[in-house]
Design a protein around this ligand. Structure first.
Ligand SMILES: Nc1ncnc2c1ncn2[C@@H]1O[C@H](COP(=O)(O)OP(=O)(O)OP(=O)(O)O)[C@@H](O)[C@H]1O
Ligand SMILES: [Mg+2]
Length: 262
């Protein structure tokens, strides 16, 4: 096989973010039960499953906002299970939240700059990144607006811009496209591909919009009741009868939204 045909992650086997045999219980509820998921640079992996499957809990554990009951998290070969979110951010690991974490009293531009400054960027560099990212997300005209005044779709875009402001090597996105009008999905696909192909990041994408997930993901990981139900290419996952029964239902064939975002 020529080098050009070799996937990036096979040339750089250490360049991954990995959760190994992760479990997390909440007062008897097994939110995660022995889940292993590896995300390489330069790929988009979809994380799907019904409401309550454990998707957000897995992102929380991988980004340091929660600790696993059992299992470990490694970033490029280093065990980071006990690292704080901030330390992980400085090492190149970013996330978006299902519910916005922007600073409401700051402008849209300032929100992005603060995220860059938080990982050590100089003011001039933070400003450059904010300009570039607001443009990439298509919210440059909102740069001076207070974050609280944004419509829901623009709020989701700001959440993504803030995560990208740290120039992440890995970025975990928790329903970043929830509530985006259907007509804006192609623009969002373009953003994800830019992050993967031009910035070289690994992207974990949680979304209930199956058309989006099937279109943009290189691989898909399916959770159900805290366990891995299936993983593989979009075609393999679509053809998996267990997945169809547990989650995709009729929508698998239609490519439509499978269950309500929450
Ligand atoms: N802090 C918590 N305390 C108690 N239970 C929790 C907590 N966080 C999550 N859970 C429970 O863990 C399970 C998994 O929740 P999680 O939020 O990870 O699901 P999800 O796949 O992200 O769902 P959704 O698609 O609705 O966002 C659910 O049963 C949820 O009620
Ligand atoms: Mg969730």
């Amino acid at each position: 096989m020529t080098q050009a045909a070799t996937p990036e992650h096979e040339r750089w086997p250490g360049a991954s973010l990995r959760a190994t045999a992760v479990s997390r219980s909440f007062e008897g509820i097994r939110a995660l039960d022995g889940v292993t998921l590896e995300l390489h640079r330069r790929e988009v992996v979809g994380l799907i499953g019904p409401n309550g499957a454990g998707k957000t809990t897995l992102v929380n554990v991988m980004t340091g906002f929660d600790r696993p009951t059992a299992g470990s998290v490694e970033l490029e070969g280093r065990e980071i299970t006990s690292w704080t979110p901030h330390r992980r951010g400085r090492a190149g690991l970013a996330r978006t939240f299902q519910h916005s974490h922007s600073f409401g009293s700051l402008s849209v531009r300032e929100n992005v700059e603060v995220a860059a400054l938080g990982v050590g960027a100089r003011p001039r560099e933070a400003r450059r990144r904010a300009t570039e990212l607001l443009d990439l997300l298509g919210i440059e005209r909102k740069a001076d607006a207070r974050a609280t005044t944004l419509a829901h779709g623009d709020e989701r875009k700001l959440e993504v811009a803030r995560a990208l402001a740290i120039e992440p090597r890995f970025v975990l996105m928790d329903e970043p496209a929830a509530g985006l009008p259907e007509g804006e999905i192609p623009d969002f696909v373009r953003v994800l591909r830019t992050v993967r192909d031009e910035q070289g990041a690994g992207v974990l994408l949680i979304d209930h919009n199956m058309a989006l997930v099937m279109q943009v993901c290189d691989r898909i990981h399916v959770l159900d009741q805290g366990r891995t139900l299936a993983e593989g290419s979009p075609d393999a996952v679509r053809g998996n009868l267990d997945v169809t029964a547990a989650y995709l239902g009729e929508s698998a064939a239609n490519g439509s939204t499978a269950s309500a975002p929450s």
